[in-house]
Design a protein around this ligand. Structure first.
Ligand code: NAD
Length: 229
């Protein structure tokens, strides 16, 4: 069975990384327009670099949680693709193989000039004055609000092949990522693991109102039952 996981900030919450929109979440403490837009980087690059430097240092201190680990197990009996909105590398560290990062990767950087091929950072900090070979300031390899999402076509191709969709830890508020949840035929089973009430669920979705660590275990049982192992 071809399973696709669409994950968001909530799956990393139990690892200690703040989510996006919840009260007490990361973005309550910051103004998005000051740290996560191209204009912010143009106007105050040091503030933006510092914001992502802090996120990167925090990422190096946390570990994948039971939710990430549960998803990684599914590869032993299913074909699994993960489309994540997260910029952390916790799915990778949990042992999952096929991971598409829609919004970039915190541990990578790219030039702010025209040649924007991402590369892995050798240190956790990007400083003002760190330049690419062509002399442009380097920036985090993240998709900022207002930027296009280059991996969207690849994500849509994965979704087209999907026989079961598992959505975990996303409020389905950030577009175009959220549109992936609504593009499947009605016959394709969709399970959503999220402890909060969500008002914009795909019509045929079954909502398991639990945290990733416990809810995804229930999904494992459902997958095993469906594949009759
Ligand atoms: P969101 O904050 O809008 O929604 C998070 C969802 O996770 C909520 O519905 C919440 O109820 C749920 N949640 C909270 N704790 C959970 C748990 N233990 N288990 C399961 N679900 C839980 O996040 P989003 O929809 O991913 O959109 C946020 C954007 O911010 C994304 O684009 C993402 O790139 C970015 N972001 C990424 C990270 C990260 O990389 N870890 C962290 C914060 C924000």
């Amino acid at each position: 069975m071809k399973i696709t996981v669409l994950s968001g900030a909530g799956i990393s919450a139990e690892s200690g990384i703040s989510t996006f929109r919840e009260s007490g979440g990361l973005w309550e403490k910051y103004d998005i327009s000051e740290v996560a837009t191209p204009e912010a980087f143009f106007n105050n690059p040091k503030l933006v670099l510092d914001f992502y430097n802090q996120r990167r240092i925090q990422l190096l201190e946390v570990e994948p949680n039971l939710g990430h680990l549960e998803i990684a197990k599914w590869e032993s009996f299913s074909n699994v693709n993960i489309i994540t909105q997260n910029i952390d590398d916790l799915h990778e560290r949990a042992g999952s193989s096929n991971i598409l990062h829609l919004h970039g990767e915190l541990l990578k950087a790219k030039s702010s000039g025209p040649n924007q091929l991402p590369f892995s950072l050798k240190k956790p900090i990007i400083e003002l004055g760190d330049l690419c070979e062509e002399g442009h300031q380097i920036r985090p390899h993240v998709v900022w609000f207002g930027e296009s999402v280059p991996e969207m076509d690849n994500a849509e191709s994965i979704i087209e092949e999907t026989q079961m969709l598992i959505i975990v830890g996303t409020s389905l508020n950030v577009y175009p990522a959220a549109s992936l949840a609504y593009s499947l035929p009605k016959s394709t089973p969709i399970y959503i693991v999220d402890p909060s009430p969500l008002d914009n669920l795909p019509p045929n979705a079954i909502h398991i109102k639990e945290k990733a660590s416990t809810g995804l275990k229930k999904v494992t049982d459902i997958i095993l039952h469906r594949t009759k192992i």
